[in-house]
Design a protein around this ligand. Structure first.
Ligand code: HGY
Ligand code: MN
Ligand code: MN
Length: 404
């Protein structure tokens, strides 16, 4: 079977492991995540990797280096998904390195350095609104306050991880690592527009996420005059439009209100309280911070005009991360060897590389995805593009082996 066909088969099989019928959803420590770790762990073992799960639930497949005391190269991505997700965002970066290592083994290529394939337990931040729990655990950056975050059922991260859980130290010392390379679908339209199967990432945009709580006064929808209302949903809606307007008017800025709950949530009751998320991103931290100040002023003005209160709770804040020029240059040599030419892109999406970059240099290989669509069941990367990405990874590992 052609190597990319095996990768497609694995992606399809993993794409059927879900917490929801008829759609793909896997969230931190859910039953489907346990099944996903078991399935991917089996494939890692078949590829000859020693498999373990760390205290946070990250899946780690280790291939020892031929040279004693050799450093370790980290390859990986996340195994959790958004709600009603596509089957490539995350799993591609975990499964492709497994297939690449099998190809090298079949070719009799001996890697002097060790390799760890990582399946992070949580990157999307769906269940607890705070992303990167997996890579933060792996790199020893999980914070005590994160353990107190609660999901919509009131279950906390700490309760999930158990009484004996202690904040983990970094899985590796900086000096023991060669770096981290993540393969990921682009989740944008650029490679498709340029007619390229793969490209490399120059930087990952900074990202701030918040939970806003608007509080007004519930009341009878039929008897309360409009002028006397303190409608929390009307205020939140005005803010969402203000955020959209600011982002449309600022080059490179994106702002999204992705989830909202309205209470008490009845057709004939004026909403007394609304809680919603806010996600703001930009390649420049200065622009992003300026936008957040403007949005803070805008929310305060809306609340005061409407007799509401608004409370901000920050659930995530990551500065923009530059990928390692050296590791990216190495990766780009393989892209050019396989594809003939390369392209550097900024990633508007966040990735585990944001967190791992605090422990070791990171590089990312982007793979073209149809219509640039992601976080959607129709997310798709063509087998011929997966074949190119596989060849790039094999070439990259072979070159690294020869230069080590
Ligand atoms: O939200 C993101 O940027 C990523 O897909 N977690
Ligand atoms: Mn994602
Ligand atoms: Mn992802």
């Amino acid at each position: 079977m052609a190597d990319e066909k095996k990768l497609v088969r694995m992606l399809d099989a993993l794409g059927r492991v879900s917490d929801e019928t008829g759609k793909l959803t896997r969230t931190f420590h859910s039953p489907a995540m346990q099944r996903a770790n078991a399935l991917v762990g089996g494939w890692m073992r078949e590829a000859g990797l020693a498999v373990r799960e760390d205290a946070v639930g990250n899946l780690i497949g280790r291939h020892p280096g031929a040279k004693a005391g050799a450093k370790t190269l980290l390859l990986g991505s996340h195994l959790d998904t958004v709600r009603d997700a596509g089957r490539f965002d995350g799993p591609l970066g975990v499964l492709l390195p497994i297939v690449a290592l099998e190809i090298l083994k079949k070719r009799g290529v001996v890697l002097p350095f060790a390799v760890e394939v990582l399946g992070f337990a949580e990157e999307e931040g769906v269940r607890f609104a705070s992303a990167y729990l997996g890579s933060e655990g792996f790199t020893g950056r999980l914070k005590a306050k994160t353990l107190a975050l609660r999901d919509s059922d009131g279950v906390s991260v700490g309760e999930l991880l158990g009484k004996k859980f202690t904040l983990p130290k970094p899985a590796h010392r900086r000096g023991d690592l060669l770096g981290y390379v993540e393969v990921h679908i682009e989740q944008g339209p650029v490679l498709e527009a340029k007619g390229l199967a793969v490209g490399v990432v120059s930087a990952i945009a900074g990202q701030s996420r918040f939970r806003l709580t608007w509080t007004g006064k519930a009341g009878h929808a039929g008897t309360t005059p409009m002028a006397l209302r303190r409608d929390a949903l009307a205020g939140a809606a005005e803010f969402a439009l203000a955020a959209e307007k600011l982002a449309r008017g600022t080059a490179g800025l994106v702002a999204t209100v992705g989830a909202m709950t309205v209470s008490p949530g009845a057709a004939n009751v004026i909403p007394g309280q609304v809680v919603h998320t806010l996600d703001v991103r930009h390649a420049s931290d200065v622009v992003r911070r300026k936008a957040l100040l403007a949005l803070g002023r805008s929310a305060a003005a809306i609340a005061s005009k409407r007799g509401l209160t608004v409370r901000w709770q920050r659930t995530q804040d990551n500065g923009a991360v530059a990928c390692s020029p050296d590791l990216t240059a190495r990766l780009e040599r393989s892209v050019k060897a396989v594809q003939g030419r390369s392209l550097k892109l900024v990633s508007g999406a966040g990735h585990d590389g944001v967190v791992v970059s605090q422990l070791t240099p990171v590089a990312m290989l982007f793979v073209r995805c149809r219509d640039g669509l992601s976080h959607h069941p129709d997310e798709h990367a063509a087998p011929r593009d997966l074949a190119v990405a596989l060849r790039v990874m094999v070439d990259f590992l072979e070159r690294l082996a020869h230069s080590s």
